[in-house]
Design a protein around this ligand. Sequence first.
Ligand code: FAD
Length: 459
Amino acid sequence: MKSFEKADVVICGAGSAGVAAAYYLAKSGINNVLIIDKNPPLSQTSAKSGENYRNWWPNNTMAHFMDRSIDLMQDLARATDNAFNMEQRGYLYITRKPAHELQSYIDHYSQLDVGGIRVHDDGKVRGAEHYAHPASRGYEGDLDGADLLADSQIIQKSFPHLSANIETAVHARRAGSISAQQLGMYLLEEARKLGVRLLVGDVTDVEVDNQGVYAVEIVIDGTQHRIQTRSFINAAGPFSPEIASLLGVELPVFSVLQQKIAIQDIHGVIPREAPFTIIMDEQYLDWDEQEKADLGSDTELQWLLKKFPGGLHIKPEGGKDSPWIKLGWAINRVAEDPVWEPEMTPEFPEIVLRGAAKFIPGLRPYLEKLPKPVVRYAGYYTKTKENMPIIGPMGVDGAYMLGALSGFGTMASCAAGELVAAWIAGNDLPGYARELSLERYDSTTSTETSTGLNHNGEL
Ligand SMILES: Cc1cc2nc3c(=O)[nH]c(=O)nc-3n(C[C@H](O)[C@H](O)[C@H](O)COP(=O)(O)OP(=O)(O)OC[C@H]3O[C@@H](n4cnc5c(N)ncnc54)[C@H](O)[C@@H]3O)c2cc1C
């Protein structure tokens, strides 16, 4: 075995989380940082992201954390002439339910630090300002909170591509899209300029002595190396439990495979300026009688007749001249052991299009003839049961966790990287630090929230 160097901090994983940690460590003056990844940077879960962001979270810990991340991204966008295409178009949550059935949801969000809620019904506006759409404000968007559109005619006027029976929409405004790859590459390049190094290698062990972390073992091209360090960050995404087990730590984390597709919207159904749109309602897919009978008698496909959850989402992808749209739906609820090349559900493109076409009728022709190619993405939501990340000390001196970033690791990467750097550098910690660390499991206060429609912020 070759023992070959020392580093102040070793980071396992060059996904969105690992590169952001390296950047914020270097910015704090800790630049002898080594990132180790066995794959190219940003090529695993971070390449599967839908690339959306929002401060609309069902508890203040997450809302404050995401607000901080959005602030940091806006600073970076300003400094780079928006190199990573940050655009604040909002998240549009739609439902067939009348507004009064969303009362507990609205009451819940009204009490949080997500900004005010402006109610629009029958053309009359209660609240700050008239509802205005298109709502793109570039990356400097100044609106926050949400517009509650409590009238189907207001919704039709602004979003005529939606089905006329959408009764209510909630347009969360401090939200939008970014390019995860461009943001991540920018952070990595800047970190490198400050001295951070990236090595291609497989982390195989983390050694400890009586003071805590002592060295990290890695295999590069079949040869084992030892890097001496007193600080180690586990940013291994879906494989973070495996890396934690090298230190004898069991993480309260599991992985669920989720999928997305991108197709070309050749009929121009989704307006290019449409916000990221999420269908809140559960639904059964539409099948004709023959299809129902066929599916019912096929034990492998019977599940297609069951009720599907809310959360189907759709957005235009790329600029105003791009024909692409992206659709996703976190229909899977089954935890599994992650693998590097996950298998996709063959039926997924049809499922997501059928589900979307019930709320956006213009998509129906695509059920008859799916525009080719269909680009498919599959990756893991690696998460805790309360859908909050784990960032901070891992229970062994010098070992830190940066993960369980579920379906929000792109939007959270900046605040997450800044937070783990603060833990290591001994900087002041923000108010949300302890609730996002493993320490929250020591307290009896539950951070779980229940709003009926959106109990843990996954939508
Ligand atoms: C379908 C889908 C849609 C999503 N949409 C959004 C969205 O709209 N907005 C949003 O904010 N987030 C979204 N996310 C979530 C986001 O993509 C993830 O939370 C984020 O990418 C996680 O980043 P990471 O760095 O923790 O993990 P990863 O990107 O998986 O990086 C971990 C790295 O660790 C490396 N590694 C693991 N084990 C080892 C080892 N032993 N040795 C060396 N290297 C190792 C891997 O090679 C990998 O590169 C989505 C996720 C999915 C799957």
